[in-house]
Design a binder for this molecule. Sequence first.
Ligand SMILES: [Fe+2]
Ligand SMILES: [Fe+2]
Length: 296
Amino acid sequence: MSLRIALVSDLHLTRRPSLFQYNWEIVVDMIREWSPDLVVCAGDIAVDGPRNPDDLIYGKEQLGRLGVDVLSIPGNHDVGDAFLGHDPVEEATMERYRLVFGPDHWVVERGGWILVGLNAQLIGTGLGGEAEQMAALERVIANAAGKPVAVFGHKTLHLGDPEAEIPTGWTLPRPQGDLLRKMMQDGGVRFYASGHFHRYREIDDNGLRLLWAPSPAFVTNHPSFAARGGLSKAGFVCLELDPDGTFTSRFAEDNAMIQFDIQNAITDGSKSRKRWSEKLSINVVRRDQPVAAEAE
Ligand SMILES: [Fe+2]
Ligand SMILES: [Fe+2]
């Protein structure tokens, strides 16, 4: 019997009026119909957790509508980020996340698999819990006793070429990301799933499969983002994991979903356009920074 997991990411939810709620309603219907064993949410649950903590509470309420166990990990829009320059990740923002969602990193056993969720926002910060989180993963790998292991974190490791440079904050920072990659490859981890790029992509990295979960909320088709590759489309991922360590993944979408390109909201516009983008919560990436540095 396969373990069926709906992998969702980058929901960017808020109780305020929001364009992103529309596709989320479709995701809720699709997941309820598929009725998986588990939902994993790979971060960016909120539009703006650091500045508007109620977005986290609302995100938790919305995940509760799925009618199935949900495990989540934080993203930059939930707790902030040490590298992207929008809101710094701090003990206080992480504590607010934990109060709403529970532990920000976890290990569970389901369907013969060991699933590990990492707080990617912690990695490279030196904040409390970073070393413990890595030590916990090391222990899991050492004691897996043949059970397949899968790891989840908001940010991926690289864009296909592990040596290539990418602006800090988009992938896990170096050298921590490289150490994590080596630990997972040496330990035979089956896949590492992430969000953050709002793109669906699979990369085979020397036996470690990198899975990018798309966002149902919005896509980003600016040329600097398109260079990241993958499918830029609203949706989520259906995973089926077998106890022998094999698994399948499938991009899940629906024709009713709106393909909203956030790029349309962040190019310079009139004051009234700016007001409407704020009213509709689509100013999620606008921090008056140059486009290339803006956060999804
Ligand atoms: Fe995001
Ligand atoms: Fe993100």
